[in-house]
Design a binder for this molecule. Structure first.
Ligand SMILES: Nc1nc2c(ncn2[C@@H]2O[C@H](COP(=O)(O)OP(=O)(O)O)[C@@H](O)[C@H]2O)c(=O)[nH]1
Ligand SMILES: [Mg+2]
Length: 305
């Protein structure tokens, strides 16, 4: 391992860049965390593990491997762990914060390419993309899910990425000072993409590899649905008129059309069809509610802008 004095590390990215801290949010990762920490130490001045209430020996293994460990007493979700890492970085002399998964899926040797756009002054957030000019061997269902989540995030966010869900990221000092996250759970990656522009943070992607060992701990469908729920909440906050107003308007139009047909049928035949009439009323009510929700949220947003 090359010897670096803290703060002037080169770490292969070509230029001194102040202190680099790698933070690894973890939940029950005793199997992989030791080797991840050891490898990451080669590219950072400090490696931190945020142990989010693990019930296994994640914290102990991480410490043995040379990481600084911060423990949450109970499991609070990834966003809370990312917030802890950001807070630690803010209160220290960290210049670049790198986030890395603790399950061995990311290759710490990719860290220098994430640092480079920041040290060269080209970006504030660098995302390690699994889909940018690299052929990643990702199980098909997972790759599909990741693409759907990226598509949904790109619909609502101003910044467009090829991999919105990658947990492998680097943040400049400016980002560390600007961001902390409100969302619980696993939409934190998408939330960054939503908030980058308003915080005036430039996002860039660089290609990274990813490895899959056996089955993941969580079901891709259950986990993906939770993330999608978070992304839809973000979109509804960002563009309420499109999110609620457009479907509301469409439902209202269908309801009115349906009602018109019922009335016409009654005029022509004298028969009144209760089922279609109730359906028309239901569509009109739901459509109006959604339309007004969109209008009201849009108005509130304009006022507090
Ligand atoms: N802080 C925290 N980290 C978690 C939690 N669940 C998973 N992680 C970590 O987040 C990273 C990515 O999780 P993983 O389950 O591999 O997600 P996937 O690779 O996107 O399927 C790993 O380092 C996990 O240990 C949690 O509840 N809290
Ligand atoms: Mg993983």
């Amino acid at each position: 391992m090359s010897q670096q004095s803290p703060g002037d590390g080169d770490f292969g990215a070509g230029r001194a860049r102040g202190r680099v801290v790698v933070a690894i949010p973890c939940f029950n990762e005793e199997r992989f965390i030791g080797s991840v920490v050891l490898k990451a130490r080669e590219y950072a001045d400090q490696v931190m593990v945020i142990d989010d209430g693990s019930s296994d020996r994640t914290a102990w293994v991480a410490e043995q491997a040379g990481a600084t460990v911060i423990r949450h007493e109970f499991n609070q979700g990834k966003a809370a762990a990312v917030n802890t890492a950001l807070e630690y970085a803010r209160n220290s002399d960290c210049n670049i914060l790198v986030l890395l998964d603790g399950d061995g899926q990311h290759e710490p040797a990719d860290i220098p390419s994430l640092l480079k756009p920041i040290t060269e002054g080209e970006a504030d957030i660098v995302v390690g993309s699994r889909f940018l000019g690299v052929k990643s061997h990702i199980p098909r269902m997972r790759a599909l899910g990741q693409r759907v989540l990226t598509f949904a995030t790109n619909v609502g966010a101003d910044v467009k990425l090829t991999d919105s869900q990658s947990g492998f990221r680097a943040f400049s000092r400016k980002t560390v000072e600007a961001l902390s996250f409100g969302q619980k759970g696993f939409s934190v990656e998408s939330e960054m993409q939503f908030r980058a522009k308003e915080s005036n943070l430039r996002m860039r992607e660089v290609p990274v590899g990813v490895a899959y060992y056996g089955r993941g701990k969580r079901s891709p469908v259950g986990h993906g649905t939770m993330v999608l729920g978070g992304i839809l909440r973000l979109i509804s906050g960002r563009i309420p008129l499109v999110f609620f107003g457009v479907p509301g308007g469409a439902l209202l139009a269908i309801g009115v059309l349906q009602g018109w047909r019922v009335v016409q049928g009654y005029n022509a035949t004298g028969d009144f069809y209760m089922g279609p009439a109730l359906l028309a009323v239901l569509f009109c009510i739901l459509g109006s509610l959604s339309l007004f929700t969109g209008l009201i949220l849009h108005a509130i947003k304009s006022v507090i802008k």
